[in-house]
Design a protein around this ligand. Structure first.
Ligand code: NAD
Length: 504
């Protein structure tokens, strides 16, 4: 589809949003906030108001949590194969609505449609993957002892709070909601206030697919109101959170009084290590893709390029050539590779790091400015001659900005790679298998790709170390979070029970 066709397809969706707004979804019904509070959702494309969104607080979180609590008993006891059927129907409906979801998401976030189309379909894959695992989610072990037949089983932990960010909101929310539902948990979802639109579509599709009302509830609002209330709520057993590391710390504090179990997917400053024996053309493609796709607003982006001195000039020259050709434009244009960032405040943050780069003495080899005209556009930017101690080399910028640092040998590469507070992902480029294994072992990151960009395979564990997260998603790891282990000991005979208080 061309830009014009996409704009025509988006027009009725946006008109309907303008007319009706977006509201909370509690117990199968759309509800406004008790005090009728709302906020405006703005498009990063041109700053226009997309629609009004209800702004929830403690009252709405109370209502949604109570509803999720009431729905839990029945949903958690439903046979796993029945949950599997419903989750597959949700996936079918997501696929049938993928174009609508992608258009909405692009307009709401500024992420190019070429990536959002794939992200919508990945949302469906998340549902299918966990649907197939629902029937076996409770499986346990038999651990016989001399006196007992010990059995283990797993039970869903209870109502879950899911809090998501704005960068790929639909896909990331399915990443949490699908395993929670498959495990038998009920959910209160608090979407990002900067990109709230697709959450309303997801809950509607879920209920159209047969998910009982109250199993998935959505409360919109800011982190400081709805988010805080959700993390403090005593009916909510656990919080699955994706967002900034600092917010993760806040949530831990907020959830301490009610002893919340937490699962955090947080920030990153992921290194890509390019050694001089690598397939340099492929390394170049991957490094560019991993920082400039999704506008660089991507937790696993390769935001730090660590390149061996002997090839550094060659690599930087090619980067400059390629980055200058990246197509910046309207996110609904299928040709666009980099779209507008989420909001003006985020543009200011990214631009402040570019100013800092100048002050710190790095060189701005490409970009370094806003794009002229309307919208939250920042040109794809390459910062060269950076050193490991500069803040641009250590802090998450979360935009289309690549920092290049050179290294002399393996030890120095690892020292630079590991000295930041984050530890989400790492990318290694070398043809030397021994080195690949050695460096993978020493690199402090939860996920490492060798001679590859980030290719997600759902059975593998996804998550970070250090300030990048707690816990893993994917495979059975998701169920470890959404479920509790239970032990049942059955006496196999009449073993001697100590007789306290019995007179001989
Ligand atoms: P953010 O932490 O500002 O907000 C995320 C969500 O938390 C929003 O819904 C927000 O309303 C809510 N929130 C904010 N303060 C809260 C509080 N005190 N209590 C409860 N909820 C609160 O993050 P963001 O700016 O939306 O997203 C960008 C960040 O997300 C980046 O750091 C990025 O690396 C990270 N991220 C990580 C992953 C991952 O898998 N590790 C994936 C995507 C994004």
């Amino acid at each position: 589809m061309s830009l014009d066709e996409n704009l025509r397809a988006a027009a009725p969706i946006l008109a309907s949003l303008q007319e009706h707004g977006v509201h909370h979804h509690i117990g199968g019904k759309k509800v406004q906030s008790q005090d009728c509070a709302s906020f405006e959702s703005l498009s990063p494309v041109d700053g226009s108001t997309i629609c009004k969104v209800s702004a929830g607080g403690r009252a709405e979180i109370d209502s949604a949590s109570a509803t999720a609590g009431q729905a839990f008993d029945k949903w958690s006891r439903l046979d796993g194969s029945a949950r599997k059927t419903i989750l597959h129907r949700i996936a079918d409906l997501i696929v049938a609505n993928a174009d609508r979801i992608a258009l909405l998401e692009s307009w709401d976030t500024g992420q190019p449609i070429r990536f959002m189309s794939k992200a919508a379909v990945r949302g469906a894959e998340n549902f299918r993957f966990f649907a197939d695992r629902a029937p076996g989610a409770r499986d346990g072990q038999s651990l016989p002892s001399p006196t007992l037949l010990n059995l283990t089983t797993r039970v869903p932990i209870g109502p879950i709070g899911v809090i998501t960010p704005w960068n790929t909101p639909f896909m990331l929310s399915t990443w949490k909601i699908a395993p929670a539902l498959a495990a038998g948990c009920t959910v209160v979802h608090k979407p990002a206030e900067l990109a709230p639109l697709s959450a309303a579509v997801l809950v509607e599709l879920c209920e159209e697919a047969g998910l009982p009302p109250g199993v998935l509830n959505v409360v919109h609002g800011t982190g400081h109101q709805a988010g805080v209330a959700l993390t403090e709520h005593s009916d909510i057993r656990a919080i699955a959170f994706v967002g900034e590391s600092a917010t993760g710390s806040d949530i831990m504090r907020q959830g301490a009084a009610t002893l919340k179990r937490v699962h955090f997917e947080l920030g990153g400053k992921n290194p890509v290590l390019v050694f001089d024996d690598a397939d340099l053309e492929r390394a170049l493609d991957a490094a560019i893709f991993m920082i400039f796709s999704l506008n660089g607003e991507r937790c696993t982006s390769s935001s730090r390029l660590l390149v061996q001195e002997s090839i550094s000039q060659w690599f930087v020259d090619r980067l400059i050539e390629r980055i200058r050709q990246i197509r910046i434009g309207h996110p609904l244009d299928p040709e666009t590779e980099v779209g507008p960032l989420i909001c003006e405040q985020h543009v200011d943050k990214v631009m402040s790091y570019i100013d800092l780069a100048r002050k710190e003495g790095a060189e701005i080899s490409v970009g370094g400015q806003r794009k002229a005209g309307n919208g939250c556009y920042v040109l794809p930017t390459l910062l060269t001659n950076a050193t490991r101690h500069m803040r641009i080399s250590r802090e998450e910028i979360f935009g289309p900005v690549l920092t290049v640092i050179s290294f002399s040998d393996e030890d120095e590469a690892l020292a630079i790679a590991n000295e930041v507070r984050y530890g989400l992902a790492g990318y290694i480029w070398t043809r030397d298998l021994s080195r690949a294994l050695r460096v993978s072992d020493r690199l402090q990151a939860g996920m490492i790709w060798v001679n590859s960009e980030n290719v997600r395979h759902l059975p593998t564990p996804f998550g970070g170390t250090k300030d990048s997260g707690i816990g893993r998603d994917g495979g059975d790891w998701s169920f470890e979070f959404y479920m509790e282990q239970k032990h049942i000991g059955l006496a196999t005979g009449n073993h001697a029970i100590p007789k306290l208080g019995k007179v001989k």
